[in-house]
Design a protein. Structure first.
Lengths: 842, 301
């Protein structure tokens, strides 16, 4: 419906309704009302007339009455007739004999009874018909109606005309312009800008057109850009609908799939999928649409595609879901990763090679350590034994050099092995309840000789809260703290080294953070080097290394160990003003039960051990190793058997049934494990205790056999103490009575007779050695103690004094294991040892 | 002649001015001044014009219409100025002639008797072409056949003093027929006929001329029961103060009118069919009827 009709229609409807209303509602009402009104009016007129007629009636002036009524009838043409009757009912007017009663329904009769002095005089009846009168009025109204209609029609025409000029035509023109704009033409003529709303509309339209034009050109540009991006994309971009029908593809599909673009359009996406994916694809989409579960929407993944030539292609596919006007479109971004895959494959290969190489390196390292430690075991062991045999000072000094170099080498190897163990993540931690305060005291004790020598103090400030045990790995904590304290002592020339520890409440109940700090007043660490010192093989400065020695691995190992124990080391230091290392271990649990195992262990000391007669088979392919163990157990009541191969060992075991077997694992031919298996397989030998001895650091990981297969484990180089301790677990022994009275002589090897040049020895002991002992006693500086022990060994060997050798080896062994208590005890035992030698002389 | 015309015109003008002044000016002074002027102006005319009265049987305007041309003509012929003096009603007219206010007057025969008695008016002219008498009408189908049948009945009359229609019949009813009846005065002859026709009364008194003028349907329903004695009709009477010469000239002028067609036509409207001389002797019979006892006076009587 046009605007014109829309505008005209209300007018027409209004007019029609008005006319209908006028005609059928208002007019009849009006006529009725008018009729009533007229009737009323005429009635009152009739009354008036009657009153006027009364005197004449009374006088009987009928002529006058007739005249009056005649003239009235004549004058009032809508009065059809007047009938006047007297009281007796005689009609006085008109004279016509025939009654002129109303003959139509439209006739209205109005009557009035004239009374005079309460007597009825006459009745006047007027028969009226208002049709004509009302008709006249109605005609007049009709005229007004028609005029109104005419005026409204003219007004409507004028309004529509102006509307046409000012609204419809501009709108039509705007509509044309819209159509043209829709068709892409922006040059349509717009209506002249008037000041009214249409003008505003027109201006707004023009503005919109300009904006649209600009936007379209921008859109075109961006579309072109986008298209060029899509077209030049190396990745294929494919849009599909929910039925899998391809809606659009870019050029890259040609390169990737070998199809031309138009070949793919309107085809199902399965065309570029190999079996079995081809048939499963529709199911995927259906499942996704029904359940919303997808393996691929919003997640990139690698898939296999089908090339036109039938080959398969490795692809990376990322699918996104776009909702466009109630339609779901899936956009797939497909990248040909065949080359990448190849590269990945070669990388993987390279990695595997690298890992292989790394494994080889580890194996090499393990082998190296074994290979180095095994001869070193012999070197140290024999130089230890040799020292008892060599007497020449020159030879003794050479031997000392060999021993100290060997020990240094061992330390370095141990450090490197520790580090490689840490790095390989093959370090095991053994958490048990320990007494921290005791540990700190021990560490203090260890360093006392050194600090005495350097003239500095070492202070332990334990907190009172360590009344209960803490669940820690004592060995590792000890290792860390000895390292930190050792460093502090090493780099402090005056002042003090302070060890303090405190607990800080942790987050979890029963768990606390343990903070142990080691501060010194030493040379400090320059800021620039503070970060470096925890890195492997880094020391403060090259000259520092020269000055202070060490591998530089200590802090690195400490840092790693702390980290592995769920902690961290913090360093605060100022060059020249000392350093403070703080170890904070998180979530350290407390325990009321203190492990006293170490104390028990320490309670059993080697000089007190007197094994009951027993037989031990030493199995090792290296003769020197067998010799070393033999030398170590020479003063006991143990009978030693030897085997240089697994096969021989089994033979001897079968034949001799020894109480215990010390079994080397690495042997040519039948190795230790096989020997062990054989032993355990034979019902006669099953119960024989087997202690495995190995130089391999990777032993635990390479073990194939159940741990229950062997009874003990010793690492090379094996010290006398290690062996004694281990043997104590399986062989019956007695503890010498003298232990309690601190008399160690009975525990000492009874080979006094063999001591050569005893007085010289005693003299030497009482002078040099005693002084040395005094100097080192209480100072737990391992290097110094080691020197002391070495010195003792040197003297012991020189004088063939087994007791001294034994004593010194025990010290060394304790040093190696950082068994401070043992060292302290041993150092305390020194006077007893001297006494025992003196007793020989006496 | 021109002077008279002028005078008439002047008088009319004066009258108009006076009328206007009465309406336009409220102050009495102005009124008096104009009246003085008016009096001064008309004084000479008053001396020459005779006052002519006419019984107001009809409305004043009708009388003026009938009598105006007649008097003008008579004045023209006689050279005696006659001025029509209108009278609003019969009682007024009666009072006027009793006082002798008219120089000449056209009156009914009974009035003549009265006027003669009081002011010695004497008849000079009358219609010699007809007689004046009354009629008694009854409905056509009425059982009343003779006048005496009317005894005890109701009889309508236009007015008590209507000569032919009431006075003479009443006198006759009383003196000649000696009947008792109830009179009903219904103002007009037509009313009488209508009352009779519609049975409102048993009979009615009228005159033949008025009956003849009724609508046929009225006439058809009525029957003349009785005709009264015939008397001379309306005379033109003269006051004794009018000089005989003037009377003579006037009489001649009327007679002159009766002789020519135009004059007759004018007289016909009065109605005078055949104008002729009259004397008191013509009305002696009427006098003998003893009408005065039936005359109902108003005002002074």
């Amino acid at each position: 419906m046009s605007l014109r009709i829309k505008l005209l229609l209300p007018f027409v409807i209004f007019l029609v309704c008005s006319l209908l209303f006028l005609q059928f509602v208002w007019l009849p009402t009006y006529m009725k009302y008018e009729e009533k009104d007229l009737q009323r009016q005429e009635q009152s007129y009739l009354e008036l007339l009657s009153t006027a007629l009364l005197p004449d009636l009374l006088t009987g002036d009928l002529a006058k009455i007739h005249n009056t009524l005649d003239s009235i009838v004549q004058e009032r043409d809508y009065w059809h007739s007047i009938i006047l009757t007297n009281a007796a009912g005689v009609r006085l007017y008109p004279l016509e004999t025939e009654a002129d009663e109303p003959n139509t329904e439209s006739m209205i009769t109005s009557s009035y009874i004239l009374n005079f002095q309460e007597n009825r005089v006459a009745e006047i009846k007027a028969i009226m018909h208002f049709d004509e009168l009302i008709g006249k009025k109605v005609r007049r109204i009709r005229m007004v109606e028609l005029s109104l209609i005419g005026i409204i029609a003219i007004m409507a025409f004028i309004i529509i005309f102006f509307q046409d000029i000012s609204i419809r035509r501009p709108l039509a023109r705007l509509a044309d312009a819209s159509v043209q704009i829709a068709a892409g033409s922006y040059d349509a003529v717009l209506p002249p800008p008037s000041a009214d709303e249409i003008g505003r509309f027109s201006r707004a339209f023009d503005k919109m057109r300009q904006t649209l034009k600009t936007r379209e050109s921008e859109l075109t540009r961006s579309r072109k850009r986008l298209a060029s991006i899509i077209d030049n994309s190396v990745d294929a971009i494919i849009n599909i609908d929910t039925k899998g029908i391809i809606l659009s593809v870019n050029k890259a599909v040609e390169t990737i799939f070998g199809y031309r673009q138009e070949e793919l359009l309107d085809r199902n996406i399965s065309i570029i999928m190999p079996e079995p994916y081809r048939h499963e694809h529709d199911g995927y989409i259906k499942k996704y649409l029904e359940t919303g579960q997808s393996h691929i929407i919003g997640i990139g993944r690698e898939v296999i595609g089908a090339h036109k030539n039938g080959s398969t292609i490795e692809l990376y596919l990322a699918v996104s879901e776009v909702h466009v006007e109630n339609q779901i479109i899936f956009t797939g971004l497909i990248r040909d990763i065949s080359l990448q895959k190849k590269a990945e494959e070669s990388l993987k290969q390279a990695k595997e090679e690298a890992e292989h190489a790394n494994r080889a390196k580890s194996v090499f390292l393990a082998n190296m350590s074994h290979e180095i430690r095994t001869p070193l075991n012999a070197v140290l062991g024999f130089s230890e034994l040799l020292s008892t045999m060599v007497t020449g000072e020159k030879e003794i000094s050479y031997l000392d050099s060999i021993r100290s170099s060997g020990k240094g080498l061992l330390t370095i190897i141990n450090d490197i092995l520790d580090l490689s163990k840490i790095e390989a993540g093959k370090l095991d931690f053994n958490y048990e309840s320990i007494d921290l305060e005791r540990l700190l005291r021990e560490i203090q004790q260890i360093f006392i000789p050194t600090i005495r020598q350097k003239g500095i103090k070492i202070i332990v400030e334990p907190a009172s809260e360590f009344s209960t045990g803490l669940i820690l790995d004592e060995i590792r904590i000890r290792q860390v703290l000895i390292n930190l304290v050792g460093n502090a002592v090493k780099f402090t020339h005056k002042g003090e080294v302070k060890i303090s520890a405190k607990m800080k409440k942790g987050e979890a109940p029963g768990k606390n953070n343990l903070s142990i700090s080691v501060s010194d007043t030493g040379i400090g660490i320059p800021k620039a080097q503070q970060d470096m010192i925890f890195k492997a093989f880094q020391q403060q400065e090259t000259h520092t290394a020269k000055l202070y020695g060490g591998t530089g691995l200590g802090l690195t190992i400490s840092e790693r160990l702390v980290k592995m124990m769920n902690g961290k080391i913090y360093l605060e230091s100022q060059e020249g003003n000392g350093s403070k290392f703080t170890v904070i271990l998180s979530d350290v649990k407390s325990d009321n039960k203190l492990t006293i195992m170490s104390e028990e262990k320490n309670g059993i000391d080697l000089p007190e051990i007197d094994f009951d007669p027993a037989s031990i088979l030493v199995v090792d392919d290296v003769a020197s190793n067998r010799e070393l163990i033999k030398a170590m157990l020479v003063d006991t009541r143990i009978r030693l058997l030897e085997a240089d191969s697994g096969e021989k060992a089994l033979m001897i075991i079968q034949r001799e049934k020894p109480d215990l077997v010390l079994l080397d694992i690495r042997m040519p031919g039948m190795n230790g494990f096989e020997v062990l298996k054989q032993i355990r397989r034979d019902i006669n030998t099953r119960n024989i205790k087997v202690i495995v001895i190995t130089a391999s650091i990777n032993f635990e990981s390479s073990i194939q056999t159940d741990f229950s297969d062997f009874d003990g484990l010793l690492y090379k180089p094996v010290s006398v103490r290690d062996i004694i301790q281990e043997l104590c677990r399986f062989l019956p022994y007695e503890i010498a009575q003298e232990t309690k009275s601190n008399d160690h002589s009975r525990a000492l090897p009874d080979n006094t007779k063999k001591i050569s040049n005893l007085p010289t020895l005693i003299k030497l002991i009482e002078t040099d050695i005693y002084t040395e002992w005094k100097k080192f006693k209480g100072v737990l500086e391992m290097d110094e103690l080691s020197k002391f022990a070495d010195h003792l060994i040197e003297i012991g060997k020189k004088h063939d004094a087994q007791v001294i050798l034994w004593y010194a080896q025990k010290i060394n062994s304790a040093i190696e294991r950082f068994e401070i208590d043992t060292i302290n005890d041993l150092m305390d035992q020194f006077p007893a040892v001297i006494d025992s030698i003196k007793k020989i002389s006496s | 002649m021109y002077l008279k015309k002028f005078q008439t015109a002047f008088n009319q003008t004066c009258a108009k001015v006076a009328y206007l002044c009465r309406h336009l000016f409220t102050t009495q002074t102005v009124f008096i001044i104009f009246f003085s002027l008016f009096s001064i102006c008309r004084e000479p005319a008053a001396e020459t014009a005779f006052r002519f009265g006419v019984v107001p049987q009809f409305e004043v305007l009708h009388i003026q219409k009938i009598w105006g041309p007649v008097l003008t003509e008579v004045s023209k012929i006689s050279g005696v100025q006659l001025r029509l003096v209108p009278s609003p009603s019969i009682p007024d007219f009666e009072k006027s002639f009793e006082k002798g206010e008219y120089d000449l007057a056209y009156m009914n025969p009974y009035h003549l008797l009265v006027a003669n008695k009081f002011q010695a008016y004497t008849p000079v002219l009358k219609d010699n072409g007809r007689w004046l008498y009354g009629i008694i009408v009854v409905p056509k189908e009425s059982l009343i056949k003779v006048v005496t049948d009317l005894n005890g009945k109701t009889i309508a009359f236009p007015s008590p003093n209507a000569l032919g229609a009431a006075l003479i019949p009443r006198a006759e009813f009383a003196n000649k027929f000696r009947i008792e009846y109830t009179p009903k005065y219904v103002k007009s002859h037509t009313s009488v006929y209508l009352n009779v026709m519609l049975g409102q009364v048993d009979a009615g008194g009228g005159v033949q001329s008025t009956l003849n003028r009724q609508k046929p349907e009225i006439q058809e329903t009525l029957r003349v029961l009785y005709e009264t004695v015939k008397v001379s009709p309306h005379p033109i009477a003269v006051h004794p103060r009018v000089d005989t010469a003037s009377v003579e000239r006037i009489r001649n002028a009327f007679l002159e009118l009766g002789r020519n067609e135009k004059g007759r036509q004018l007289l016909e409207k009065i109605p005078i069919k055949n104008i002729g001389l009259a004397s008191m002797d013509d009305y002696l019979e009427l006098k003998s009827l003893g009408l005065e006892q039936f005359y109902v006076t108003s005002g002074t009587k």
